[in-house]
Design a protein around this ligand. Structure first.
Ligand SMILES: *[C@@H]1O[C@H](CO)[C@@H](O)[C@H](O)[C@H]1NC(C)=O
Ligand SMILES: *[C@@H]1O[C@H](CO)[C@@H](O)[C@H](O)[C@H]1NC(C)=O
Ligand SMILES: *[C@@H]1O[C@H](CO)[C@@H](O)[C@H](O)[C@H]1NC(C)=O
Ligand SMILES: *[C@@H]1O[C@H](CO)[C@@H](O)[C@H](O)[C@H]1NC(C)=O
Ligand SMILES: *[C@@H]1O[C@H](CO)[C@@H](O)[C@H](O)[C@H]1NC(C)=O
Ligand SMILES: *[C@@H]1O[C@H](CO)[C@@H](O)[C@H](O)[C@H]1NC(C)=O
Ligand SMILES: *[C@@H]1O[C@H](CO)[C@@H](O)[C@H](O)[C@H]1NC(C)=O
Ligand SMILES: *[C@@H]1O[C@H](CO)[C@@H](O)[C@H](O)[C@H]1NC(C)=O
Length: 353
């Protein structure tokens, strides 16, 4: 065969390679075996849609409040709210780690419709959050071209439960926008370039490509939640909230508030209890605080069990750590208490003379 004879075959071969090689967008996140946690991933909807259609697609329509919280929509938002094409929303989902990688635990499940193909499902329906080969492997499909209408496919979204630098974090699969950089993403999400490079096995910041699902560790707000509470560890990232304690408590996180979790009554009907149990600390309402000198006393949320919501008055120092000034305030407080005690003694002497 001459070159002119083989050229068409060569072109067909090239086209075959180009059309069957998917863009390398999604890679699994590394994760220590046998851990479970909650995770987040971006979804950029290709078409105009609604919250309801998105939560149905991802199998989380029963957890509407956790979707609303992750995206900081008010808890009263209706599922019919429109989401515009190309708008990004965060999907909260359960993560399970096995064999060194993390994947979504049992959801989403996608039901094949006529004319579907694995590549279309991975790239168009799920916006490139998975590769079609990962769907194929997760469902033990021998031939990627043979899927059946009505067949239910598990979609393995990437996630992780690993601590980062000894801290519990929320792993967030961030779809890299065009024109972004590792440095800009690190700055936006309050982490470092080195952490992002290490976590995503990137040798060089220049290796970052738009559309990639980047593993971004989000710091959680600190809280006093006890380890035997049903919602332990309640990890809430900056700029979002979680509804917990059978819907009775709403906890929000704001980096501007020193990453301290702030919980208050949710004002929502309980999902289990006929009415929400008492959340007050004596006379102080959950979430209310009083400040004096260098300390702030807050009625803090400590967790819940079958019967009750546990709260406690906790005192935190709001001054920058300077031991000498703390001692001064303490001794002033002591002197004040002493004066009050003396007055009380004088008053009782006067009353009972
Ligand atoms: C939402 O899903 C329903 C049922 O699948 C469909 O009929 C409707 O067109 C979708 N709405 C939007 C805005 O995508
Ligand atoms: C992990 O690997 C083992 C052995 O290779 C395999 O049997 C098992 O299905 C894998 N688990 C997952 C969740 O992929
Ligand atoms: C978006 O619309 C296109 C064209 O109508 C369709 O092929 C695709 O499946 C839609 N994507 C989703 C997620 O509904
Ligand atoms: C909360 O703060 C303590 C000490 O200040 C720290 O040891 C712990 O790791 C923090 N937890 C989170 C989730 O940041
Ligand atoms: C925290 O979230 C708010 C609101 O989403 C955002 O404006 C701010 O930049 C975030 N701060 C950090 C440190 O991530
Ligand atoms: C205390 O909390 C209640 C209910 O959460 C609220 O209505 C009230 O305004 C708060 N009071 C103060 C002083 O913050
Ligand atoms: C409640 O708060 C007090 C004072 O901050 C603290 O000593 C106590 O250990 C707390 N109780 C619980 C159960 O955390
Ligand atoms: C956060 O902590 C810093 C230093 O530890 C302190 O100066 C600041 O007042 C705190 N802010 C709040 C809102 O507590």
């Amino acid at each position: 065969m001459t070159i002119t004879q083989t050229l068409p075959y060569f072109i067909i071969f090239l086209l075959f390679i180009l059309t069957t090689t998917p863009p390398t967008k999604a890679q699994p996140f590394s994760c220590k075996p046998s851990s479970k946690c909650n995770s987040l991933i971006d979804y950029v909807s290709p078409n105009d849609t609604t919250i309801s259609n998105i939560t149905t697609l991802f199998g989380i329509s029963k957890n509407l409040l956790s979707f609303l919280g992750a995206n900081n929509y008010p808890p009263t938002t209706l599922p019919s709210l429109a989401i515009k094409a190309k708008q990004t929303v965060k999907i909260p989902f359960p993560c399970r780690c096995a064999n060194g990688t993390g994947t979504s635990d049992g959801l989403p499940v996608y039901k094949v419709v006529p004319e579907d193909g694995l590549f279309h499902i991975a790239s168009d329906i799920f916006g490139g959050l998975v590769l079609y080969q990962q769907i194929q492997a997760a469902n033990n499909i021998a031939d990627a071209n043979k899927i059946l209408v009505g067949q239910e496919l598990k979609i393995p979204l990437p996630c992780s439960c690993d601590e980062v630098d000894g801290q519990a974090v929320i792993h967030y699969g961030h779809v890299v926008p065009a024109g972004s950089s590792v440095e800009a993403i690190a700055k936006q999400f309050d982490t470092t370039q080195e952490t992002l490079l290490k976590l995503n096995a990137l040798a060089d910041p220049a290796d970052l490509k738009a559309g990639v699902v980047l593993d971004v560790p989000l710091k959680a707000c600190n809280s006093s939640i006890s380890s035997d509470s049903r919602d332990y560890p309640l990890l809430v990232p900056n700029g979002s909230y979680a509804i917990t304690a059978n819907n009775c408590v709403r906890c929000k996180c704001d980096a501007a508030n020193n990453y301290t979790l702030q919980c208050e009554p949710s004002q929502i009907k309980s999902s289990i209890w006929p009415t929400c149990p008492n959340t007050q600390c004596n006379s102080v309402f959950l979430g209310n605080s009083t400040s004096s000198g260098c300390s702030r006393t807050t009625c803090a949320y400590l967790g819940y069990d079958n019967q009750k919501i546990i709260t406690n008055l906790t005192t935190v120092s709001t001054c920058s750590t300077s031991p000498s000034s703390a001692t001064k305030i303490n001794s002033q407080g002591w002197r004040w208490n002493f004066l009050v005690a003396v007055q009380l003694v004088l008053l009782s002497l006067y009353l009972f003379q």
